[in-house]
Design a protein around this ligand. Structure first.
Ligand SMILES: C[S@@+](CC[C@H](N)C(=O)[O-])C[C@H]1O[C@@H](n2cnc3c(N)ncnc32)[C@H](O)[C@@H]1O
Length: 256
């Protein structure tokens, strides 16, 4: 576990600036969906697990009583604090904490959210059990993450490509698996909305800020596309551009 945490920290320390500025993670429509799903109200206390540079925390803050962001990468927490300060948000705070061992009492929060993080957890069940533990009864756990295909072979190929791009990537789950893990954590799935992000290879690689990974991965993905292997993400060449789709799922789960 310590090895994986170190991998996460080194990846996200290097990625922090590019990630914080990436259009795909600052899309206001998506942030609005997360805010709506978390049911922000004047008295609400909300936790954002693996908050990164605080983009989601900033979106949740208006109208909430308190929003707490936690992450294991100090550089991300620094960026989150700077962002909150620039936005004049006095009722948000950030702290180092692992998703698998949240330093909060049971039923502390009205809602817990986590975006683009479950696929970095070596044990997603442990992290989702923790999120379920710290939310109050009737409260919501909202996860937003790219979903893998339901076909095992496609999902394995897709995850292998993601892992070659970013070695801290563990595994994107298929929708059915995520729902099972949520149910095992004592949460009832109340809704799942999906949307498609159209991705282009160069833009996707830019975020991770590791130029030495571009060439070998591009060769592999072009070969797959030419061979008709879509990896469950519509991988293809169009006018020599390497394109694919990410299906992102926003899942609302309620603690009974
Ligand atoms: C792809 S970023 C997403 C950031 C943010 N949730 C967002 O969507 O804007 C993933 C974040 O998860 C954090 N992370 C990964 N594993 C973690 C863990 N086990 N506990 C806490 N944070 C973790 C990383 O440090 C990184 O900041």
């Amino acid at each position: 576990m310590a090895h994986h945490d170190n991998l996460i920290r080194s990846e996200f320390t290097r990625q922090a600036d590019a990630f914080a500025a990436a259009a795909v993670f600052n899309d206001r429509t998506i942030l609005g969906r997360i805010r709506e799903a978390a049911q922000t109200t004047a008295n609400a206390r909300i936790l954002d697990v693996a908050c990164g540079p605080g983009i989601v925390v900033e979106a949740l803050a208006p109208g909430a009583a308190e929003v707490v962001g936690c992450d294991i990468t100090e550089r991300m927490l620094d960026k989150a604090r700077q962002r909150a300060q620039a936005a004049g948000l006095a009722h948000v705070r950030f702290m180092p904490a692992r998703a698998e061992a949240l330093p909060f009492a049971c039923a502390t929060f009205d809602a817990v959210v986590s975006r683009s993080a479950v696929h970095h957890f070596p044990d997603p069940s442990a992290a989702l059990r923790e999120m379920a533990r710290v939310v109050r009864s009737g409260g919501r756990v909202v996860t937003v993450d790219v979903m893998a295909a339901e076909t095992a072979e496609d999902a394995a190929l897709h995850n292998a490509l993601e892992n070659l791009r970013d070695p801290s990537h563990v595994r994107m789950l298929a929708r059915s698996e995520l729902h099972r893990v949520l149910a095992e954590a004592g949460l009832e799935v109340a809704g799942c909305t999906t949307w498609t992000n159209h991705r282009e290879f160069g833009d996707w690689m830019k975020i991770i800020n590791a130029p030495e990974r571009i060439k070998p991965l591009e060769i592999v993905m072009r070969a797959l596309a030419r061979g008709g292997m879509s990896a469950g993400i519509g991988l293809r060449l169009e006018n020599d551009r390497l394109l694919f789709e990410h299906t992102t799922g926003l899942t609302i789960a309620v603690k009974r």
